[in-house]
Design a protein around this ligand. Structure first.
Ligand SMILES: Nc1ncnc2c1ncn2[C@@H]1O[C@H](COP(=O)(O)OP(=O)(O)O)[C@@H](O)[C@H]1O
Ligand SMILES: [Mg+2]
Length: 235
């Protein structure tokens, strides 16, 4: 079992140059919980994940990982605490093959999954293990991006739209991987537009609009708030 990490964000503001993008975001995620951040394009979901990871230069407020404030910490330090970020653009190395991509991220401890376990979880990746990054489909790249962080021993995962644009059969495999992370006690923050997928997996949903959290919906209230949620998402 992993040492799951809690995440507590209070009054987070983030800026791109002079552009003020997050306006006092607060989230409280106990260790081992799986939550989503939902909301329309441009709401600030990606910026929130990037802020946690230390990838936004200008940010204020507090971001505590297992009680430790990382508001001023660089990405390497956040990673060493056991936080792994899977960006929307996936970041697969084009000239490395699947196994090389898997081996690249630095381990933070020895509690991560073995390569064999990862290939058992993603048989497609095993078949493609000698293929270069450039030759992978979008779905294979996404699986690889997730597979890669499972090896590192991280226990707080930030996943940005992992199912975007993928075929249902791939989405199912990504769902399986996230379920496995959950069963191992990891903490998961999932940015997700596919709300049907999100509701199957997450314990709670934070709704973002214009750089603020405007609602929080526990799993048990999703059905009753369906119309409201569609409005939030603009669908
Ligand atoms: N690199 C950037 N420079 C300037 N503005 C940005 C940058 N990235 C995002 N933004 C702006 O910040 C806001 C939030 O964006 P983002 O966090 O990507 O939203 P989401 O992930 O919810 O679609 C948007 O208004 C977007 O245009
Ligand atoms: Mg985004």
């Amino acid at each position: 079992m992993a040492d799951a990490l809690s995440l507590a964000i209070a009054d987070l503001h983030a800026f791109y140059g002079d552009s003020h993008v997050l306006h006092g975001v607060s989230l409280d995620i106990p260790a081992g919980e799986c939550v989503t951040i939902i909301g329309r394009n441009g709401a600030g979901k990606t910026t929130t994940l990037r802020s946690i990871m230390g990838l936004i230069q200008k940010r204020t407020g507090s971001i505590k990982i297992a009680g430790q404030d990382v508001i001023a910490a660089p990405p390497e330090k956040v990673a060493r605490l056991g936080v792994a970020y899977v960006p929307e653009e996936r970041g697969i190395y084009a000239t490395l093959d699947v196994t090389e991509n898997l081996l690249l991220p630095r381990k933070v401890n020895d509690r991560g999954m073995s390569i064999d376990d990862i290939y058992a979880l993603f048989p497609n990746l095993k078949e493609r293990r000698r293929s270069q990054g450039t030759r992978l489909s979008g779905g294979e790249q996404q699986m690889l991006a997730i597979a890669r962080v499972l090896r590192t021993g991280a226990s707080l995962f930030l996943l940005d739209e992992p199912t975007e644009g993928l075929a249902p059969v791939i989405v199912q495999q990504i769902g399986k991987a996230i379920e496995l992370m959950k069963s191992q006690g990891h903490t998961i923050v999932l940015v997700e537009q596919n709300f049907r997928f999100a509701t199957k997996i997450a314990d709670r949903h934070y709704v973002m609009e214009r750089g603020r959290i405007i609602d929080m919906i526990p799993r048990a209230e999703v059905a009753a708030k369906a119309t409201q949620i569609q409005q939030y998402l603009g669908i």
